[in-house]
Design a binder for this molecule. Structure first.
Ligand SMILES: *[C@@H]1O[C@H](CO)[C@@H](O)[C@H](O)[C@H]1NC(C)=O
Ligand SMILES: *[C@@H]1O[C@H](CO)[C@@H](O)[C@H](O)[C@H]1NC(C)=O
Ligand SMILES: [Zn+2]
Length: 269
């Protein structure tokens, strides 16, 4: 092989490598983020606590990672192209952990035309599951590039947690932050620390839509009664007396319907 040929091959090879190396977004935790406290809270979480494990992740509304330059999503740009979310696993996930994560993806795919598939050479936007960050969290919608979904080893690796975070990444906010939520739930600020009030800020009507499906107490995107409570007393009180809120296992019928409307899955509607 001639010298020029070799140099050429090398150049092509390194160019291809650069392209194949995914561009990951840099994570920026809030300035006052207490990583150690989050790790402990997530590790100590138990199913009967009445809170969703992801609410303990120390971010806005508990588990929403914001992009420094943008804190609001506008639906069209935040949608995934071709209703497809490519994904990558950070090295070091155990096979049994991957099984749980894939189960979360399969659950959503069984009721929607939305697709999760492994990252392929040339994908510009994708999700990167990471196990060595703090808490269970996601960005809202497609950000562009490789965006993380954090699944702290242990309690974050559950199908319901995966489904919840994937719905954030697909573009969905929390139900209890909906602009019309005051007609359906009472937020008892008496039982909240002032610093946690912000987690209950309502989304603006220009950034949030439920596609006129109506408020959904059963949503997997709805927190439970004692979310962020400082004293164990209820912070979210549904006006509908017997409504159960805060289930954290499976997306509700309306969760799926919203996903199917957003991504034009007419055959599922
Ligand atoms: C769009 O998604 C469908 C279904 O997953 C797939 O068959 C098709 O190849 C995709 N098209 C592009 C351009 O990626
Ligand atoms: C809010 O919580 C306080 C206890 O901290 C309680 O006295 C009050 O009745 C609650 N308000 C409502 C409307 O439930
Ligand atoms: Zn969430």
């Amino acid at each position: 092989m001639s010298m020029t040929c070799r140099v050429y091959l090398l150049a092509v090879l390194s160019f291809r490598l650069a392209l194949a190396t995914p561009m990951l977004l840099k994570i920026s935790y809030p300035a006052d983020y207490d990583a150690a406290a989050v790790v402990t809270a997530i590790s100590d979480w138990m199913a009967d606590m009445g809170t969703s494990v992801w609410s303990l992740s120390g971010l806005r509304q508990g588990d929403i990672m914001d992009v420094p330059t943008r804190n609001a999503i506008t639906a069209p740009s935040a949608k995934w192209k071709n209703a497809t979310m490519p994904y990558l696993f950070q090295n070091g996930f155990r096979p049994e952990e991957k099984v749980v994560i894939m189960r979360g993806m399969k659950m959503i795919m069984s009721k929607s035309c939305f697709r999760f598939r492994p990252f392929r050479y040339g994908d510009s936007d994708f999700v990167n599951f990471v196990h060595d960050e703090y808490g269970c969290w996601s960005y809202l919608g497609r950000v562009g590039g490789g965006q993380m979904i954090s699944l702290q080893r242990g309690n974050c690796i559950q199908t319901g947690v995966v489904a919840h975070e994937l719905l954030h990444a697909a573009g969905f906010d929390h139900q209890h932050n909906a602009p019309d939520r005051d007609y359906y739930i009472f937020i008892n600020y008496t039982n909240l620390d002032t610093e946690d009030f912000e987690h209950f800020d309502k989304a603006s009507a220009s950034e949030y839509t439920d596609f006129r499906l109506g408020y959904d107490y059963k949503s997997i995107m709805h927190y439970g009664r004692t979310a962020f409570s400082k004293n164990g007393l209820d912070t979210i009180i549904p006006y509908e007396k017997y409504a159960r809120i805060g289930q954290n296992k499976i997306p509700s019928a309306k969760d799926y319907k919203k996903l199917n409307i957003l991504y034009g899955c007419n055959e599922f509607l």
